[in-house]
Write a protein that binds this ligand. Structure first.
Ligand SMILES: [Zn+2]
Length: 277
């Protein structure tokens, strides 16, 4: 785990990023929170390798904040499909990406209510029924015959997360390249460069990006969440000075993908049991 002494002001996302970096780099690297707000434009963390090299780390996020909460509550494998007591059959629920997290509980109650009233598809409801059942706008639910053998389950999916597999990996690389030359990322890169200019012992610059659903194209979502989805096979050419970009889908704790400048792409699997809250 990263050292905590100066990490009082670190956000949860920054802490998690540092924990993932620490776990993946292993015993040969010590990650320390650095930004205690005592000066302007401090980098988030330092990585000290056992051979004396030092790296600086900045964290940033791509995509709307509301999505991060929803992803945590819906996208993780253990929360995607929930067994609901009292339900007689399986249901699918498609949720808009901007759904407030508070609606997730009422969603379960609405589905139970729908089943009780013999309705099997929210498309058959009038607008009035929709609101009487407390189904939030944009949510659609329908009953399904599941072929898998499991207790009655509410299968929850976020809109746009299904069915975008197989995008051209080279197009994905191009998209990331553009993001690296756009705010807020460029400001983070400026901080990394400024630190290294003032501290010559810092020879590596790492950027950690939490990628929310709308942060990059859907193809990226699969690269960042499915271990079987092929990684790009290009040799990354990162912006001047940048050594590594770490990419994590904000609904996933168990996987991180790295673009390493001049080397290639790597996918690592941090120890989830030690990281998830
Ligand atoms: Zn099912």
């Amino acid at each position: 785990m990263p050292k905590n002494s100066t990490g009082q002001s670190a956000t949860d996302a920054e802490r998690l990023a540092c924990s993932i970096v620490s776990d993946v780099l292993g015993v040969g690297a010590e990650v320390t929170f650095h930004d205690d707000q005592s000066r302007n434009a401090m980098v988030d963390a330092l990585v000290r390798y056992s051979d004396g090299r030092v790296a600086v780390l900045e964290h940033s996020s791509l995509g709307p904040t509301a999505e991060a909460n929803l992803e945590r509550n819906v996208n993780s494998p253990e929360r995607r499909n929930i067994v609901v007591e009292g339900l007689a059959g399986c249901w699918w629920a498609y949720l808009p990406r901007d759904l407030g997290p508070k609606y997730l509980d009422s969603l379960t109650r609405s589905v139970l209510e729908l089943e009780r009233s013999g309705v099997s598809d929210s498309d058959d409801l009038t607008e009035r029924d929709h609101s009487a059942l407390n189904l939030p706008a944009g949510v659609s639910v329908h009953r399904v015959d599941c072929d898998r053998d499991h207790p009655p389950t509410l299968h929850r999916r976020l809109d746009g997360v299904v069915g975008a597999r197989g995008d051209d990996p080279n197009a994905l690389v191009e998209e990331l390249q553009q993001v690296l030359f756009t705010d807020p990322v460029t400001r983070k890169l400026d901080k990394l460069r400024a630190h290294c200019a003032a501290h010559p012992e810092a020879g590596e610059q790492h950027l950690f990006l939490d990628v929310r659903m709308s942060g990059l194209s859907p193809g990226w979502l699969f690269v960042l969440t499915d271990k079987d989805e092929p990684l790009p096979c290009t040799v990354p050419q990162l912006p001047e000075g940048l050594t590594q970009v770490w990419l994590r889908n904000s609904g996933t704790y168990s996987m991180v993908v790295r673009a390493i400048d001049g080397v290639g792409w790597r996918r690592d699997f941090p120890d989830v049991s030690r990281l998830s809250p």
